[in-house]
Design a protein around this ligand. Structure first.
Ligand code: NAD
Length: 480
């Protein structure tokens, strides 16, 4: 039916006639209309690619169409019932794949507007990703998120488990020949479908797999924390530069709509100048054998794994860099979970302009992830700030005698899809990512100062950095 409708549109627009579809069908008879439409379709196909596509795809508003019921179906009582009148309401259908279809509006201004309709690239034009490591993050979040991507698709997998490779490849339509063991990692070089390698391995492996991936000629998206030392981060940046490949660190929060909204309110001093931020990211773990509890693999405990969100997000909100840190760490004596890595880290950061940031991260308390930005005239509190979903934004300010406390709700978005699509856009448009390697290196330097402060029991100064967002690339396009 939709093909016929589209062909009729073409016939009518080419004929330049002021006739409705109903009149046309009545005049010509449905069989004739289909015949005319089919011959137009054939003639469109004869035209060269671009011209034919132009002729077949309306670029301006399409009128409402009505098609008289012409068929019957057998109803629930066995009776013959005429089929419903199928209608295509007016819509704007721009030619470019990146331009959203604009559907007929029906909501009043009283309610929030829905976003534009998605503009996915055809699958074969999307950037191909190889995922390295089939653990929790890859299986639970990243592979499902590709379903919401518009510019990215999974095309290869790397794992030490042949069983996982076989099963996951089947689930996501990845070719068996695009499944690699760690030993075969460097063979990704020869897979032309792979443009990006996404490294989702224990932290200590990020540097090696980034460097080898860049040497294989692929762009690199690397999970946080970028690595276990600033020296490793520098080597990763240098390797990607040398290979002329892009490097992005997967700071999903910087692509998440609620966090981006808070940032814009901070930057425009919505509630006056920001004075201090309180941030917490805590969870509970139970398996001392997991790599997260081995110093050599994880680099540290709660701080690089989850405390990093408090650090990176504060820098992201403010756009400036801390000049000094002061920290305490704690690990319960005798607890095998914290034999090698810290259980908790509490630290304060001093930012330019006297802004103070107070953060705590813990590996041994119930899940709690929030921050509160305290301005001179009000605050913004983001609950579940660092969670995969469920952000809740509350603001408070005074109006006359009243304390106004508002809950702000916006459309959520899959952070992982947003982050991957941003990197794909950078690859397709040859742009620098918003969260490049330099952003990860700066966090690593600050974390090293935090550890030093906790060890030495004194504040540690950081080299002053002037300017705003100096370690970040251009802003991601909204709804990219
Ligand atoms: P995980 O333990 O669930 O998975 C790790 C994967 O690495 C597994 O498939 C494992 O087989 C593989 N691996 C290869 N060599 C290994 C080794 N020597 N020891 C252990 N595993 C080895 O871990 P995860 O939670 O998926 O975390 C992976 C990375 O992703 C980490 O860097 C972590 O910080 C990051 N991460 C990021 C987010 C986020 O929201 N951005 C969330 C979770 C994890």
């Amino acid at each position: 039916m939709s093909l016929i409708n589209s062909l009729l549109n073409t016939v009518l627009s080419q004929a330049g006639q002021e006739v409705s579809r109903k009149e046309f069908l009545t005049m010509a008879g449905r069989g004739l209309a289909v015949g005319v439409a089919a011959s137009t379709f054939a003639s469109c196909q004869d035209k060269s690619g671009g011209e034919a596509a132009k002729a077949a795809t309306p670029t301006t508003g399409t009128p409402a169409s009505e098609v008289t019921a012409s068929t019957v179906y057998t109803g629930p009582g066995g009776q013959q019932v005429p089929s419903s009148e199928a209608v295509s309401p007016p819509a704007k259908v721009p030619a470019g794949v990146d331009k959203p279809i604009e559907l007929e509006a029906w909501k009043s201004d009283v309610d929030p507007k829905s976003g534009p309709t998605p503009t996915p690239l055809p699958p074969e034009q999307r950037v191909g990703y190889a995922l390295v490591g089939l653990g929790h993050l890859t299986l639970e979040e990243l592979l499902p998120a590709f379903g919401e991507c518009k510019k990215s698709r999974p095309v290869a997998l790397v794992s030490g488990s042949p069983e996982k490779l076989k099963k996951v490849a089947k689930q996501y339509g990845i070719k068996p020949e695009s499944c690699y063991s760690y030993e075969d990692y460097d063979k990704l070089k020869d897979n032309a479908e792979v443009q990006v390698i996404y490294i989702v391995l224990p932290n200590s492996m990020h540097a090696e797999y980034t460097i080898r991936g860049a040497q294989a000629g692929k762009h690199i998206l690397c999970e946080k924390p970028m690595a276990n030392s600033a020296a490793e981060c520098e080597a990763m940046i240098a390797a990607c530069k040398k290979a002329n490949r892009k490097l992005m660190i997967a700071y999903r929060i910087q692509y998440e709509p609620y966090n981006r909204l808070v940032r814009s309110m901070v930057r425009e001093n919505k509630w006056g100048k920001t004075k201090y931020i309180q941030a917490q990211n805590s969870q509970s773990s139970a398996n001392p054998d997991h790599w997260r509890h081995k110093k050599a693999l994880a680099g540290g405990g709660a701080l690089p794994d989850i405390g990093l969100y408090c650090l990176n997000t504060s820098r992201f909100l403010l756009g400036s860099e801390p000049t000094e840190v002061f920290a305490y760490s704690y690990s319960t004596p005798g607890n095998p979970l914290f034999k090698e890595v810290e259980e908790a880290m509490s630290w304060q950061m001093r930012f330019p302009g006297g802004i103070l940031v107070d953060s705590i991260t813990h590996y041994n308390t119930h899940d709690s992830r929030f921050y509160r930005v305290n301005g001179e005239k009000g605050w913004m509190h983001l609950n579940n700030a660092y969670a995969y979903t469920g952000q809740q934004l509350q603001t408070s300010h005074a109006e006359g005698p009243a304390k106004m406390q508002n809950q702000i709700t916006i459309s959520p978005a899959n952070q992982f899809a947003a982050e991957m699509d941003h990197f794909s856009a950078c690859v397709l448009e040859d742009k620098q990512p918003h969260t490049p390697g330099e952003e990860g290196l700066q966090d690593q330097r600050i974390m090293e100062a935090i550890y030093q402060s906790a060890r030495e029991g004194r504040p540690v100064k950081l080299p002053p950095v002037s300017g705003t967002d100096v370690f970040r690339g251009p802003e991601p396009k909204e709804n990219a």
